[in-house]
Design a protein around this ligand. Structure first.
Ligand code: SF4
Ligand code: SF4
Length: 447
């Protein structure tokens, strides 16, 4: 057991945490896969509107690597194929019907003993055909792992510090054997597997003798595998490591154990705009409205994936391939009157110019950013919270000046895309989005 403590980061004190209940509503009428939010893929459709599909049928593949296939989480009719500007494929929506059952078998169930005998190449092929390979992602770009390489290590994060994600205690309940099987799968892919969890989940980790376990302590985003990698790496080659979340590892294990595409997901539904913040057991790619349930504000906004890392969801839209959190935030009806002269006691803020920074109790969060874009005032807050010691303001300036060597030297590729620098910036500068876009552009340039 290796203890790693991170002094930086920040925990957002916001209201709307899920209650400790798991809601199990009837399966949703529609499910979808959103290629737009799967980084770096170039989707090639394998279906058209009106086609009938079963659970596990291929909806689209990646043009750059056709072995990467994305399967249907529901059985029924392809109801809508949605394109955005410049014909970007946004969503493939399935209207579930009687074809939802029985689930198609993709492979024979794999016993633990058979896993140990299976050649690595066959295991990779099985994960690709089973549609669960894309849950394995690679640093530094967080792209889907390349099936043709063996990484130096695989990191598994068992934590969920961003408000509000599903905690491991919830999704691992009664799933210990499945998770253990998942770890054995990772060990077949790469001999070095790291699992990291905070103090509350240590007992779970201690059972795995041939796995490197870490007790990570600190504020958000200490739970991110990229932060741990930044702390423990020993050579530049380590930057090519892979990572997977605990909940995604369960999907990998379930696919191999059942031979079927796993569709069950546990979601966290939270935020001060939702009447019943709770956990919801539903389908992968479930509709946002189905999960949100009763809304208690006039103008809700939906952050799919979390407060800081999520994307803005359409009320008629669906959850993404990786996202297991839905934040519902109220849109303020009117700008606050004389905000400048009123001490911000009731608004969550990192800035010490707001009195709320002194409060410990969670506060309601809205979509109001309390001000507009201004010039950098060199306050240093962004560097103060950055968990991987980047100077976001300096990196941002070198990106705008297109000084590639300089922004790489500032550590752009270490950025874990946590969004904290943007959140704390009093000048409302879109630091995190700019750094992320630069990282993506740099990867494309590298081919
Ligand atoms: S630079 Fe990257 S890692 Fe650092 S705070 Fe901003 S988003 Fe997070
Ligand atoms: S937090 Fe914003 S204003 Fe402060 S140094 Fe960073 S970029 Fe500049």
């Amino acid at each position: 057991m290796i203890s790693v403590r991170t002094a930086k980061g920040y925990d957002l004190p916001i209201q709307g945490a899920p209650l400790e209940v798991v809601d199990k509503p009837a399966p949703p009428p529609t499910v979808a896969v959103l290629p737009e939010h799967i980084p770096f893929i170039r989707p090639r459709l394998a279906v058209k509107e009106g086609d009938q599909v079963a659970v596990g049928d291929v909806l689209f593949t990646d043009k750059s690597n056709p072995r990467l296939q994305f399967l249907s989480p529901g059985g029924g009719q392809v109801a809508r194929i949605q394109f955005g500007p410049r014909r970007v494929l946004q969503a493939v929506v399935i209207q579930r019907d009687a074809a939802d059952e029985p689930v198609r078998s993709l492979a024979a169930p794999l016993e633990p003993e058979a896993l140990d005998r299976l050649p690595r190449a066959d295991l990779v092929d099985l994960l690709l055909r089973g549609g669960v390979w894309p849950f394995l992602r690679a640093f530094p770009y967080r792209a889907i792992a390349d099936p043709d390489v063996e990484p130096p290590a695989i990191y598994v994060s068992l934590d969920a510090r961003e408000p509000f994600q599903v905690p491991p205690a919830r999704y691992l309940e009664n799933q210990r054997e499945v998770f253990t099987f998942g770890l054995r799968v990772l060990k077949r892919l790469c001999p070095v597997v790291h699992v990291h969890a905070d103090a509350d989940d240590q007992a779970f980790c201690e059972a795995y003798k041939d796995i490197i376990t870490h007790k990570v302590q600190g504020r958000y985003p200490t739970d991110d595998s990229g932060v741990l990698l930044y702390r423990v790496r020993q050579s530049p080659d380590d930057n090519q490591a892979w990572f997977i979340t605990g909940q995604d590892l369960l999907l990998v294990a379930r696919m191999l154990q059942s031979g079927q595409y796993p569709t069950e997901r546990l979601f966290a539904v939270a935020g001060s705009g939702v009447a019943n913040p709770r956990y919801v057991a539903s389908r992968m790619g479930a509709p946002i409205a189905h999960l949100a349930g009763e809304i208690q504000c006039k103008a809700p906004r939906f952050a799919v994936g979390g407060t800081l890392r999520g994307f803005s969801g359409d009320p008629e839209g669906h959850m993404g391939f990786y996202e297991t959190a839905l934040m519902v935030l109220p849109e303020p009806e009117a700008a606050d009157f004389l905000t400048l002269f009123r001490p911000g006691f009731g608004k969550p803020s990192h800035s010490r110019t707001f009195l709320s920074a002194l409060r410990r109790n969670p506060l309601p969060m809205t979509t109001n950013v309390n001000g507009g874009h201004r010039a950098c005032i060199a306050c240093g807050y962004c560097a103060e919270v950055c968990p991987v010691d980047i100077w976001p303001q300096m990196t941002y300036k070198s990106i705008l000046a297109e000084e590639v060597e300089e922004y790489l030297a500032h550590g752009l590729l270490d950025c874990v895309e946590c969004g904290l620098c943007t959140y704390v910036c009093p000048s409302k500068i879109e630091l995190a989005a700019t750094l992320r876009a630069a990282k993506h552009a740099y990867r494309k340039e590298q081919g």
